[in-house]
Design a protein around this ligand. Structure first.
Ligand code: ZN
Length: 414
């Protein structure tokens, strides 16, 4: 009787909510099982302890309770344009996840097997070997900050010496034997989403121009491999943009945007870095709201309510620091190179597009499309070229003056 009722209910759900799914959980002898009932089509991407799912259909639960012994947090967002649901499931690090789908009825199953001490040890031994190799090269946080500050100071001094010259010199090596740095450039907006519009300009066009120019600088340099999230005027959902960065294993993710304000007097360049606690200033708050507009109906549910508020994850906090370090290089070159508009400052905000686990990410706002002087510059190809060149130079220095020093001990400049 129970089975019959179950089948009847399943059919009912299938008929009325073909594209809806629900989440249920259960404790198992091996650990924990999470089932997404009603899921047929999905994409799955594991990134360390974050399991990312892109699911066709709408999520129906009003709240989920997950056992904190197995799962740290779950974040569910709906992309209003693709109608897809994006789920970030953060599992504890002693879990071995298995993801598979079953049919009749359609469901997606996530089995989290608790690794016993022996298994955990063998896994962590593997990791330790890798980590040891890495950590031999890594110097302490304080030392690396000192190195960074030294380099930035010397660059700033160079900048004031070079004030008279109009362009900056870039030495491009003919060949490069090391591992290429992977740069993912994300021209904001596109397609039916023009971004900000004013003074006869559309943000999406400016963003793409800068991105293509930056791409061509990077392509001429054998030390880099470059990808764009879009190369033409098309719409890409925010979460797909971050997925591209993850899939390409980006070493740096740069999202390019153009600022706008109701106040036509606001002008200048800003760089934003990820801050999980949200915007740090009123302006950053406004920019954050505008750039996040394409992701609506964000539901946040967490087994531990603090998880959404505090930066618990080491990978993400490392990402934040490195995003900021890159921003410091970009600041120097943008200040030096752009004489006609002012580089304002580095700010931080909570941008959906910057949520790329383990990838240093920044969002650059070129200038204000709503300011007459800035708009004149944004319409000028030479200005956009200089802007892209400044970012290119910052990328070179970030990786080859700073990172290679910090990550190879004892080779500091004297
Ligand atoms: Zn934008």
């Amino acid at each position: 009787m129970k089975t019959l009722r179950y089948i009847f209910l399943s059919i009912l759900i299938w008929v009325f909510y073909v594209e809806a799914f629900e989440i249920r959980t259960g404790i198992k002898d091996y650990g924990y099982r999470i089932v997404f009932d009603g899921v047929k089509n999905y994409e799955y991407l594991p990134v360390s302890t974050t399991l990312i799912f892109k699911i066709d259909g709408e999520f129906k639960n009003s709240a989920i309770k997950l056992d904190p012994r197995f799962v740290k947090s779950i974040e569910i967002s709906k992309d209003t344009f693709t109608k897809k649901t994006i789920i970030y499931l953060e599992i504890n690090d002693n879990m071995d996840p298995k993801v598979f789908s079953l049919s009749n009825p359609d469901r997606l199953v996530i089995d989290l097997k608790v690794l016993d001490k022996k298994e955990k040890q063998s896994v962590s031994e593997n990791n330790t070997v890798k980590e040891n190799k890495e950590s031999k090269k890594v110097i302490s946080k304080k030392d690396s900050d000192d190195v960074l500050n030294k380099i930035l100071k010397s660059l700033e001094m160079q900048a004031s010496d070079n004030n008279s010259s109009n362009s900056i010199e870039i030495e491009v090596p003919k060949s490069f034997a090391g591992r290429k740095k992977i740069i993912v450039i994300d021209p904001g907006h596109g397609g039916h989403d023009p971004g900000a519009t004013a003074n006869g300009l559309r943000e999406k066009d400016i963003n793409l121009k800068v991105a293509l120019k930056l791409k061509s600088f990077l392509e001429k340099d054998p030390r880099f491999k470059v990808y764009l999230t879009r190369e033409d005027d098309r719409f890409i959902p925010l979460y797909d943009r971050t997925l591209i960065a993850i899939e390409k294993k980006a070493d740096l993710f740069i999202s390019i945007h153009t600022n706008a304000s109701e106040n036509p007097n606001l002008s200048g360049t800003y760089i934003y870095t990820l801050n999980l606690r949200g915007a740090t200033s009123k302006l950053a708050k406004m920019v954050e709201e505008r750039e996040n507009q394409t992701v609506l109906n964000v539901i946040k549910v967490s087994a531990n309510p603090n998880v959404n508020k505090i930066v618990a994850d080491m990978a993400i906090s490392h990402t934040m620091t490195e995003g900021l370090n890159f921003a410091k290089f970009a600041q120097i070159y943008l200040k030096r190179n752009l004489k006609d508009t002012e580089f304002k400052r580095i700010e931080s905000a909570n941008f959906a597009v910057l949520k790329t686990p383990s990838i240093p990410s920044v969002l650059v706002e070129t200038a204000f499309i709503t300011n007459e002087n800035d708009a004149r510059l944004l319409a000028n190809d030479k200005f956009l070229e200089k802007f892209a060149q400044s970012l290119y130079k910052a990328i070179v220095d970030y990786f080859f003056r700073y990172k290679n020093l910090v990550f190879s001990k004892g080779k500091e400049e004297s």
